[in-house]
Design a protein around this ligand. Structure first.
Ligand code: HEM
Length: 513
């Protein structure tokens, strides 16, 4: 039926794959793990939905309760049989700390296939080595106390605008995710970048208004821009061209807005005022000749885009999770409410010191965020052999060879019963007295989240305003218990843009007065 050359070709391919598989097993020290047909992170692995023979791209979430041999192994391997690349998976706080904590020494690298570099160029989030240090030295210091105070003030103003849309004393919100996305987007634009984006999208023709509208179209396709290879966008297919064009518009606008800001900054500097109040001005000032750490204009655009996305979709995901979970845990919500009323009796007077006093509210955010982390699959490539000390199932050193990839399975880490006893329960108190640097959902070590404090201040402020005005109840289906509802809403979680999130979950809000 088949010609001999065809059969030889098939036999050759099978032999090649078998050889490659056994080589990968040896190179990964025969460490136990997954042996799927397809790498779930490869292009076909992404495209094919999960089924009995395919793990699916979101496997870390689907398997979070029993992954890595029921959480008995802190480091496993995934070695595909037919397609894709092998990797180690770090699945406990201890192993993740070794991976992230030693990055300065080990020089681990973020692989370009897992970053946004192909979409908007080099940035703090995608660069490596000395380049990354340069980006971080510009971006890091732009998060100032002054900016956090602005976050407190703006959050009150913006919450007021959001609240004006809530008509009635008892209503169901079916668009909480969209509202929170808008809130966090406007917050990063106003407080981070000094861009006067308003709560209601403007139909104006100024650059900021056009940028706001173009970005909301482009961002719905970011996931496609990230997953699909660059050559595909050049094919003569209209829908792909449209997506590509919307991204070109956004990037052209960012460049133009950056050039205007640069001109503004230069004029101010000539007039003797070179104060830098926001991240955007800090970025453009770094293109000046003589700047201590310099970026080129393309890197300014890359950083703007990275900070915009890293800074709003993740925070809105965490905010949504905490509101939905408080809506299912009235006792915890009451404790958060009492803390807010005790520490900030008058909302209008809220300042950065009051916000720091809302410790239980912050614990609620961390706990919701642990249950539903906003990030998934954080990979690092190993440029030179490293040794990781594994404690589960037995104490042993595992040599990770040069060229290997380690993926931090943050879903498994956050649901690991050794690190978080009773991991499926919502227990905000487990975060009491935990140092900021130990909030593993924001990463750890030198590349930990540069916007962690921004996100925390912003989220706590919004919660302080929201919860003092409204009692939140996550809407239950008929006859459903809260525990069943929790499982249901968690089953609906997925990737939205660059962040993992619950998506739209209807919540009832009842006025407290
Ligand atoms: C709840 C909200 C947030 C979460 C869960 C989060 C999570 C994370 C995580 C896990 C990392 C480390 C990624 C890795 O190791 O590969 C990271 C890095 C980063 N985050 Fe966040 N983030 C949040 C908010 C923000 C905000 C508000 C900003 C900016 C305004 C921001 C900007 C960044 C940037 C630029 C990096 C890259 C840092 C570097 O590589 O040096 N993030 N974030």
């Amino acid at each position: 039926m088949f010609s001999p050359p065809f059969l030889y070709a098939v036999a050759g391919l099978v032999a090649f794959r078998v050889l490659r598989y056994f080589r990968a097993l040896r190179a990964h020290g025969y460490v136990e793990g997954y042996r799927p047909l397809l790498d779930p992170h490869s292009l076909p692995g992404n495209a094919i939905p999960p089924t009995w023979w395919h793990m699916g791209f979101m496997w870390p979430w689907y398997q979070r309760k029993h992954s890595h041999f029921n959480h008995t192994h802190d480091l496993t391997t995934l070695i595909p049989l037919v397609w894709g690349n092998p990797a180690y998976f770090a699945a406990s706080v201890g192993i993740v700390r070794q991976v992230w904590g030693n990055e300065a020494k080990t020089g681990l690298v973020k692989g370009v296939d897992f970053t946004t570099e192909g979409v908007w160029g080099s940035s703090i989030a995608s660069a490596n080595g000395e380049n990354w240090k340069r980006h971080r030295r510009v971006v890091g210091p732009s998060f100032t106390q002054q900016m956090f105070s602005r976050v407190v003030d703006e959050s009150g103003t913006l919450y007021g605008k959001m609240k004006s849309e809530f008509i009635g004393k008892d209503l169901v919100l079916n668009n909480l995710h969209a509202l929170l996305l808008r809130f966090t987007f406007v917050m990063i634009c106003r407080c981070g970048f000094g861009m006067p984006v308003d709560w209601k999208q403007s139909s104006g023709h100024d650059e900021v208004a056009i940028f706001d509208r173009a970005l909301s179209v482009a961002s719905t396709t970011l996931i496609h821009r990230l997953i699909l290879p660059n050559w595909l966008w050049r094919l003569p297919i209209q829908s792909l061209r449209d997506i590509n064009d919307s991204w070109d518009t956004v990037l052209t606008l960012v460049k133009s807005i950056a050039a205007s800001r640069q001109a503004e900054y230069s004029t101010q500097k000539e007039l003797g005022n070179d104060s830098v109040d926001d991240i955007f001005t800090k970025l453009v000032s770094s293109t000046d000749e003589g700047a201590k750490y310099s970026l080129n204009p393309a890197e300014v655009t890359g950083n703007m885009m990275s900070l915009l996305f890293a800074g709003h979709e993740t925070t809105s995901s965490a905010l949504l999770s905490v509101l939905v979970l408080l809506g299912l845990h009235p006792d915890e919500q009451q404790m958060a409410y009492e803390e807010i009323m005790k520490e900030i009796p008058v909302a209008e007077n809220m300042n950065i010191h009051d916000v720091s006093a809302l410790k239980y509210v912050l614990c609620c955010m961390h706990e919701a965020h642990r249950l539903i982390p906003a990030t998934i699959n954080l990979p690092r490539d190993v440029p030179d052999e490293i040794v990781l000390h594994s404690s589960m199932p037995v104490e042993r050193d595992i040599v990770v060879q040069k060229g290997a990839r380690i993926i931090v399975d943050i879903m498994a880490v956050c649901h690991n019963p050794t690190d978080f006893p009773d991991p499926e329960a919502f227990k905000p108190s487990r975060w009491e007295d935990v140092s900021d640097h130990d909030i593993i959902m924001f990463g750890a070590g030198p590349r930990a989240c540069v916007g962690r404090r921004f996100a925390q201040v912003e989220a706590v402020c919004l919660l302080a305003h929201f919860l003092r005005d409204w009692r939140v109840e996550t809407v239950l289906k008929e006859g459903e218990t809260r525990a069943v509802a929790l499982e249901r809403v968690m089953a609906g979680a997925s990737m939205y843009g660059t962040a993992f999130s619950l998506g739209e979950v209807p919540v009832r809000i009842v006025a407290r007065t």
